[in-house]
Write a protein that binds this ligand. Structure first.
Ligand code: FAD
Length: 323
């Protein structure tokens, strides 16, 4: 017998984030031959429901309310709790994103449940759902099962592959009215610090720069390389502290955790706190003039050289491959 699993869909700029599809794939594994129900919250979002079905959801529950136009944990938790009460699922899956990290513990604690966060793999063995998550800043992995009660989990972006989009799939989309009580905080305006471009935590390619870039002006050369590769720019804390870029780009223990297919570390020494945010990337390329730099210990490919010579050459070569 399968399980009923609820998955929260996440939006960015009115589009579904890829992590929503990855969470559906995780939910499918948890559900076995049960049902995956996707939960879509927002002000006017119903038109997106079909895409969730195409990525594997069996059914979508839509809650539309002007109090849900912007993410706020107060309104969102009321909506999620109401739908959990109505659907009575055995498991609830969120993305391990800023939103998921904020909302999931709030909802889980309201229901007196635990939470398995930052999951990178899910499998079912011997009837148990087994979650794998990194510990000790990614140096080891632990496997966890929930023995009693509701299963709450957040899945790390870029780790569990989304299912192929199947445009022939169909499923029920239902709207649920939730009476959301007055919000204690109201978001008046969202001011974006970084330009559009690829979302760092979901990027397949990350071009990250460190203090070796030496100035904010030089740091811009990373944007060109990231552009050619269709990736996002990240940074070490050294680069952020030096004022070369915004802190929203920081990767590491006190920054973002990324697991792209390709991570290019440029002028980054490889301090343990930086490695905590990127060492699980699938392929790591390091460019550093110091052959003893710690970053080479985790790199699959290393280029010992002056970044000011290597990076422009790389960018030019990748440009040629594109045409
Ligand atoms: P550096 O260590 O100064 O390294 C610069 C590198 O550039 C050197 O290896 C050098 O050989 C190379 N270089 C210089 N010039 C060139 C050139 N022309 N060509 C090629 N290579 C060149 N750090 C993070 O990144 N993320 C975190 O989340 C984070 N959290 C922290 C939390 C705590 C509590 C603490 C104490 C520290 C944290 N740090 C974090 C800081 C971390 O310890 C390092 O100080 C930081 O990562 C160093 O940044 P960096 O590698 O850019 O600079």
């Amino acid at each position: 017998m399968g399980r009923k699993v609820l998955v929260l869909a996440e939006l960015k700029d009115n589009k579904l984030r890829n992590v929503s599809f990855e969470a559906i794939a995780a939910a499918k594994t948890i559900a076995e031959d049960g049902e995956v129900v996707s939960l879509l919250l927002g002000e006017s979002v119903e038109s997106l429901a079909n895409e969730l079905i195409q990525y594997g959801a069996d059914r979508v529950v839509v809650v539309e309310n002007d109090k849900l136009a912007q993410y706020n944990s107060d309104g969102y938790s009321q909506a999620v709790l109401a739908v959990i009460k109505q659907e009575d699922p055995e498991a609830i899956v969120f993305g391990h994103t800023a939103l998921g990290k904020d909302l999931s513990p709030k909802v889980a604690s309201k229901l007196d449940s635990g939470l398995i966060s930052d999951v990178v793999n899910v499998e079912v063995t011997g009837g148990n759902v087994v979650f794998t998550r990194p510990i000790y800043s990614g140096k080891a992995f632990e496997k966890k099962i929930v023995t009693d009660g509701l299963i709450f989990a957040t899945v790390r972006p870029n780790n569990i592959a989304a299912l192929e989009k199947d445009e022939s799939r169909s499923g029920d989309v239902s709207k649920v009215d939730v009476d959301i009580k007055d919000l204690r905080t109201i978001i008046k305006e969202v001011v974006k610090k970084t330009s559009e471009g690829v979302d760092l935590s979901e990027a397949k390619v990350v071009v990250a720069g460190g203090r070796g870039l030496k100035s904010a002006e030089n740091f811009k050369m990373l944007e060109e390389l990231a552009d050619v590769l269709g990736g996002a720019v990240g940074a070490s804390r050294g680069a952020c502290d030096a004022g070369y870029c915004d802190y929203s780009l920081q990767i590491g223990q006190t920054g973002k955790v990324v697991t792209p297919d390709l991570y290019i570390a440029i002028g980054i020494s490889g301090a343990i706190q930086h490695l905590a945010g990127m060492s699980n990337s699938k392929v790591i390329v390091a460019i550093n003039k110091d052959p003893e730099a710690n970053i080479f210990k985790v790199a699959d490919y290393g280029i010992v050289g002056d970044l000011f010579e290597v990076v422009p050459q790389l960018t030019e070569e990748f440009k040629k491959l594109k045409v």
